[in-house]
Design a protein around this ligand. Structure first.
Ligand code: AMP
Length: 194
């Protein structure tokens, strides 16, 4: 087995991605119509992640953009954020902090409840997960309505973190999720679908 090192061209990794690179990466994402319910076109990133080259490129491109924000810690949201944030944290030599669904974290938590299309949901974080004023970058798979990332941003503030950036692999631009997000944070995405 070969070990992968920093074998990528930094210019190619830079955002915004060149059209050719963006088209290549988009081709690795599988569209599933009407999942999980009619009318939703689900962007399935499992096909991107199982492709070693595409996954490696995604992680390193996001890591390069994240590094510019000089974070102290990387945060990921359960569940898909857990597939991306920890390897990015490791590439940057940083630690990882999880935001989880209710009842999963064993120590004292802060909680934020947010509205969904039908009903509401909550997310939690350990109260001591971040030191006051630490610079934090949040990583998630996809920006849709922005409800989840906005709630995560509130939670990070509650525990005393300074949210300097939020990174996604995919943004569904037509849902205008960016308008819900903290205007102070730098928001970046590898691929935008309009
Ligand atoms: P939101 O709070 O609306 O921004 O979406 C939260 C999460 O739902 C994202 O992080 C995705 O994991 C998932 N999601 C929402 N819409 C889609 C979609 N069309 N395709 C894939 N995942 C989606």
């Amino acid at each position: 087995m070969t070990t992968r090192t920093d074998d990528l061209n930094k210019t190619e990794l830079a955002l915004p991605l060149k059209k050719e690179k963006a088209d290549w990466l988009s081709s690795k994402i599988r569209d599933i119509p009407d999942f999980p319910k009619p009318g939703i076109l689900f962007k399935d990133i499992t096909t991107l992640m199982k492709d070693a080259e595409a996954f490696h490129f995604t992680l390193h491109s996001m890591a390069q953009e994240t590094a510019k924000l000089k974070p102290d810690v990387i945060i990921g949201i359960e569940a898909r954020g857990f597939m991306l944030a920890p390897p990015i944290a490791d590439i940057l030599g940083l630690g990882f902090v999880p935001i989880r669904k209710p009842g999963k974290l064993p120590y004292k938590v802060e909680k934020v409840t947010y509205d969904l299309e039908y009903g509401s949901d909550s997310i939690e974080m350990h109260i001591d997960a971040i030191e006051k004023g630490q610079r934090v970058v949040l990583i998630d798979d996809l920006l849709a309505t922005g409800g989840t990332a906005a709630a995560a941003s509130q939670l990070i503030k509650k525990v005393g973190g300074d949210l300097v950036g939020i990174g996604f692999v995919v943004e569904l631009g037509f849902l205008n999720g960016r308008s819900k997000l903290d205007s102070k944070a730098d928001i970046f995405t590898l691929l935008t679908f309009e």
